[in-house]
Design a protein around this ligand. Structure first.
Ligand code: UDP
Length: 237
């Protein structure tokens, strides 16, 4: 399968059409942004790592019964995926307080939550991805009640799977963001990516951050952290 036309270029990925209208090619870049595009940079090797990590995890999730957009890895940076219409929601699951949750609710970073929590943001860069609840999502026509139910069930199932998987790699899954899409027949599938760009991952032994917070907070060693998390993932089996 070959790239035909550039359909869309986002902050970290390019999306191309193919000869099959139901399939697209996603190409991962080394570009990184944070704070709604205010901070820009490159994380060398990130594109290849995120592509391979996301594919490996989605493949596992499929086997665990969660429908995803993943079809096939084409190269280091490129993956064939099912064409979806993205549901404009960022679905965030948290096991441990960090980032905007800590700030908004005044909870110290690192506090283990009594049970995982889920929050929704409206995926809209101009508005700065505002937090919203079910009623807002329905009032804005972003999705249906039935779709929300599937999305939330999937999100917690992904958390159960990933938490356990990362634990076996000596990595603590703090929180992560998911996006879902609709296939042509309306079926909801997990889309976008699962990578250190979209998850907070801490070394279980040392607490060291192994994710995009190294870039966001200028901690240094970002490339090494991404490579380390990929190494742990590969040595899982
Ligand atoms: N996240 C993401 N994209 C976004 C916002 C958040 O991938 O646009 C991820 C982020 O990497 C973290 C989780 O979602 O793993 C929760 O992020 P949070 O709401 O704490 O926002 P942040 O502190 O990153 O602004």
């Amino acid at each position: 399968m070959e790239k035909k036309e550039l359909l869309y270029e986002g902050k970290a990925k390019k999306v191309y059409t193919t000869d099959d209208p139901a399939l697209l090619i996603v190409s991962y870049k080394d570009d990184a942004t944070a704070f709604n595009g205010l901070k820009k940079g490159t994380i060398s090797g990130k594109g290849a790592i995120n592509n391979q990590m996301s594919d490996l995890l989605m493949e596992r999730l499929e086997k665990a019964g969660i429908a995803t957009h993943y079809v096939q890895m084409l190269s280091d940076r490129d993956t064939l995926v099912k064409r979806v219409q993205i549901v404009p929601l960022e679905v965030i699951v948290r096991n441990i307080a960090a980032g905007s949750f800590s700030k908004r609710y005044g909870v110290e970073e690192g506090r283990v939550l009594p049970s995982p929590t889920l929050e929704l943001s409206y995926k809209n860069d101009e508005l700065g991805d505002p937090l919203l609840n079910h009623y807002h999502a329905l009032a804005l026509g972003l999705c249906t009640q039935e779709e929300l139910a599937v999305i939330e069930r999937y999100a917690f199932a992904v958390n159960d799977f990933l938490k356990n998987f990362w634990q076996e790699c000596g990595v603590t899954l703090v929180d992560f963001k998911l996006e879902f899409g609709r296939l042509a027949d309306g079926t909801i599938v997990l889309a976008d990516e699962i990578s250190p760009d979209t998850c907070r991952l801490w070394d279980s032994a040392t607490g060291e951050k192994l994710d995009k917070d190294r870039f966001r907070r200028d901690l240094g060693g970002t490339e090494d952290a991404y490579a380390e998390v990929m190494r742990r993932l590969r040595s899982h089996d």
